[in-house]
Ligand binder design. Structure first.
Ligand SMILES: *[C@@H]1O[C@H](CO)[C@@H](O)[C@H](O)[C@H]1NC(C)=O
Ligand SMILES: *[C@@H]1O[C@H](CO)[C@@H](O)[C@H](O)[C@H]1NC(C)=O
Ligand SMILES: *[C@@H]1O[C@H](CO)[C@@H](O)[C@H](O)[C@H]1NC(C)=O
Length: 424
């Protein structure tokens, strides 16, 4: 996976980046490699990893209170230390910039990096913010969690309108942060093309565009602030998402056998099979007419084997349907189109996305090609098959989900990692 080498290159280059802008604050990718007192009082003596208060990027009282509350609930000091380090990490370390479009106006923007790479992934930023959904409430203050969500929705909308097939983006020009060089993408030949000043990487993943719908629903469900979605570029972004998804309902070959024009192609010069697409950048053949939307890459940023990737179709169907409720306040025809598209994808999953496993019975496939072939596995990322209930796609008690869960958490899943644990 190229991911690790990107992390490494970025860690080496990170000392020169402009994040934080507080001269006295150490770069977090450096800070995170060192041990910091006080160590936790349990068996594992875990380091305290939060930056000192003045160096945290964004703080809100609700999150600090949640950490305090957990202290009395979580009795194991090591387990509490893991929570205390991890829960605020997105706010502490990844809000690289927050401001306004055109350095003015009331359009908030939040640039949320994935970690030590100064780039914003659509999927990751939606999932990073989701950690705080339980604490989210309506709040017009620009210092609030609600503002952070609004800023992410506005910036994701801008990214999607500009480059709807891309997965990771550069800081907005308003931030004054320079574009980050992605050496892994130096040889990429991608259609449609893009500018490296705006885009960090352009791997088309259905879960990237579905992420904006998920993030929108998360904000709306907790705030009921439908008005916000009519103010800036959200409606245009949803139209863009629908266009992209419609284009990718089409299979590889037309009924008369000719090759359909693929809306997206990607090729990279690489020795890793997971980093480039077969078939001249189109990917392995998939059938038309399944109701499922193609995805060239997975949430891990590795290529799909079969492009009808079920977890992202679950996520897309779920949040397209839910976001139709937000759209109702602005454009009822578009809202209807969203609901009916969501239903078709759901039907496609029922018809083509389930297979009979010799040990577990009926389970969801990870990927299918629509011709009858499937890839049975699960991957440690979200969306995944295991996460189907937290994608609000299916109830956890669903029989097919329960079978799938048993499969995914067993050695029948080729990517189920098991074996000795550090420190015994
Ligand atoms: C906003 O300010 C930044 C930093 O001063 C500058 O680099 C950028 O060009 C400005 N953007 C706009 C849209 O005015
Ligand atoms: C709104 O958010 C700000 C900043 O986090 C906080 O100080 C304030 O208490 C919040 N207001 C309400 C009504 O929750
Ligand atoms: C085959 O079908 C496609 C899609 O319907 C069409 O664009 C193309 O012109 C057809 N080719 C031939 C040779 O009929």
């Amino acid at each position: 996976m190229v991911w690790l080498s990107v992390l490494l290159v970025s860690a080496l280059a990170a000392t020169s980046n402009a994040i934080g802008a507080r001269a006295a604050c150490p770069d977090y990718s450096q800070y995170s490699t060192q041990t910091h007192p006080p160590l936790s009082a349990g068996k594992y003596q875990l380091s305290y990893m939060r930056p000192e208060a003045a160096c945290r990027k964004f703080t809100v009282p609700e999150v600090e209170k949640a950490i305090d509350d957990m202290k009395s609930l979580v009795k194991d000091p090591d387990l509490f230390r893991l929570f205390e380090n991890a829960f605020p990490s997105t706010l502490d370390t990844t809000i690289a910039w927050k401001g306004f479009a055109n350095n003015g106006t009331e359009e908030e923007l939040s640039f949320i990096t994935t970690g030590d790479i100064v780039a914003m992934w659509l999927r990751d930023s939606a999932n990073q913010l989701r950690s705080y959904k339980s604490l989210l409430k309506a709040n017009s203050s620009t210092d609030s969690l609600a503002s952070l969500f609004r800023g992410a929705i506005n910036l994701q909308s801008r990214y999607i309108i500009q480059n709807p097939y891309c997965n990771a983006f550069q800081a907005p020009s308003e931030s004054g942060l320079p574009p980050e060089h992605n050496s892994a993408a130096d040889t990429d030949n991608v259609s449609p093309g893009y500018s490296r000043d705006f885009v960090f990487e352009c791997k088309y993943e259905l879960d990237s565009i579905a992420a904006l719908l998920q993030l929108s629903w998360d904000y709306y469900e907790k705030t009921r602030d439908a008005e916000f979605f009519g103010k800036f570029k959200w409606i245009e972004a949803v139209k863009t998402i629908l266009n992209v998804a419609e284009g990718l309902l089409v299979g590889t070959y037309a009924d008369n056998g000719s090759l359909n024009k693929s809306p997206y192609t990607f090729q990279r010069t690489t020795t890793a099979g997971t980093e480039t697409l077969n078939n001249n950048g189109i990917g392995n053949p998939v059938k038309s007419g399944t109701g499922l939307v193609r995805s060239a890459f997975r949430p891990s940023d590795d290529t799909t084997i079969y492009q009808l990737f079920i977890p992202a179709n679950m996520q897309f169907s779920s949040y397209l349907g839910k976001s139709a409720e937000i759209m109702k306040a602005h454009d009822t025809d578009l809202a209807k189109k969203m609901s009916s598209f969501a239903k078709k994808v759901q039907d496609g999953i029922s018809k083509h996305g389930k297979v009979r496993h010799a040990v577990f019975g009926e389970i969801y496939a990870f990927e299918v090609d629509g011709f009858g072939s499937s890839n049975l596995m699960d991957d440690a990322n979200v969306p995944s098959l295991l996460s189907a209930p937290i994608l609000d796609f299916v109830d956890a008690s669903d029989k097919t989900y329960q079978n799938t869960r048993k499969f995914a958490l067993s050695t029948w899943n080729p990517y189920y990692m098991h074996g000795p644990v550090i420190n015994g």
